[in-house]
Design a protein around this ligand. Structure first.
Ligand SMILES: NC(=O)c1ccc[n+]([C@@H]2O[C@H](COP(=O)([O-])OP(=O)(O)OC[C@H]3O[C@@H](n4cnc5c(N)ncnc54)[C@H](OP(=O)(O)O)[C@@H]3O)[C@@H](O)[C@H]2O)c1
Length: 331
């Protein structure tokens, strides 16, 4: 992963070098632009958002607060349109994404990955326009069908967790890594946009998005699944969710800090890295009786811990055999 600003092509943002804002066939009108209009044209492009869900709404608010003109949103839901307009005064709200394409220079598609192809299918860009999606998995080629002469496509993926809490989501953009990709001249603009909303633009190695995104899903959704399992066991010990978040959350923070300070392998503690097979068996027996679905998660993570402990040289071959046997017996 490359920090954007380390790249030789940095600084070639759209604001300084962007293509004509005129639509195909309007070249004659373009030549009549006044000096003021040309200065205006050198500023940030007008932005429109398709999809007023978690990402679309937070990005709309953040981009607006960064001083870029957010002119339009498309949402099929009246409540979400109203919420967006309350956060982005002056924008226009539509039901149909086609209307957004008619209004703005940079279209951001913030719809679920599986819906992108269908949403983009009826859309056609004009020369001078650009369209990006916010998927962490897909490449910009999924937008190919909208491309026209002089238009550009790309992707803009903030590595942050967006929820229904818009303000927390906007705040989460501060310092967030934002992967940008796309046509040569567009990525400069996207890097500018990432920085304008407080993020850190990066470029990912070609073909790495599925792994990069799967890691993000483990870091966010995976952490929530782990917390849920922890809270489930906490309930058995008479601890409510808040209590589990407080006491086990503190332990998680300490473990994360240890990993940051000394590396992941060195931060591993617990019965597996000690070769404490009796404790391991007691856990497996208890979980089998209380909650077999948490047992599955425990086993999957425990197998990973065995590998880390083995690679760290913390276990003798005999300890590895004993631990592995104990884990295999429950399955
Ligand atoms: N949530 C995150 O933490 C996160 C982080 C980074 C990137 N992303 C990416 O951002 C994109 C949007 O994710 P999200 O979390 O914002 O999803 P979301 O909260 O479910 O919102 C997606 C919005 O897309 C619109 N939509 C859904 N299905 C549609 C369809 N079939 N046709 C047209 N519009 C449709 C809906 O907007 P309306 O009902 O308003 O029309 C919906 O509110 C995805 O590509 C996701 O991978 C998400």
């Amino acid at each position: 992963m490359k920090p954007w600003r380390d790249d030789a092509s940095s600084g070639s943002g759209w604001g300084r070098e962007r293509p004509s804002l005129t639509r195909i066939g309007d070249e004659a009108a373009a030549s009549a632009l006044s000096a003021a209009q040309i200065r205006e044209a050198a500023g940030p492009p007008s932005v429109g958002i398709v999809g007023a869900g978690a990402v679309g709404t937070a990005l709309g608010a953040a981009i607006h607060r960064a001083g870029w003109p957010v002119k339009a949103v498309a949402s099929r839901d009246a409540g979400r349109r109203d919420r967006f307009l309350s956060l982005v005064p002056g924008a226009r709200a539509f039901i149909d994404p086609l209307a957004v394409v008619d209004e703005v220079e940079l279209v951001i598609l913030a719809v679920p990955d599986d819906a992108i192809a269908a949403v983009v299918e009826p859309l056609r860009l004009y020369g001078g326009q650009a369209m990006v999606h916010t998927s962490g998995l897909l490449g910009s080629e999924v937008l190919d069908s909208a491309r026209a002469a002089g238009s550009q496509i790309g992707a803009f993926h903030p590595l942050a967790s967006f929820t229904a809490d818009v303000e927390r989501s906007v705040a989460g953009l501060a310092g967030a890594t934002i992967a940008v990709e796309g046509d040569e001249r567009l990525v400069g603009l996207l890097a500018d946009l990432a920085e304008a909303i407080g993020g850190v633009p990066v470029r990912l190695p070609a073909g790495s998005k599925p792994a990069y995104h799967a890691a993000a899903v483990l870091a966010s959704g995976g952490l929530i699944a782990l917390l849920d399992a922890i809270a489930r066991l906490g309930r058995t010990a008479g601890i409510d969710e808040r209590g589990s978040l407080a006491i086990y959350g503190r332990l998680m923070e300490q473990t994360l800090a240890n990993a940051r300070a000394g590396g992941i392998a060195a931060a591993l503690t617990g019965p597996i890295v000690r070769g404490d097979v009796g404790t391991l068996k007691a856990h497996l027996h208890a979980l089998d009786g209380i909650t077999p679905d948490v047992l599955e998660l425990y086993l999957a993570l425990a197998r990973r811990e065995v590998r880390i402990a083995e690679e760290r040289g913390a276990l003798t071959p005999e300890q590895v055999r004993q631990v592995t046997t104990a884990l295999a017996k429950v399955v």
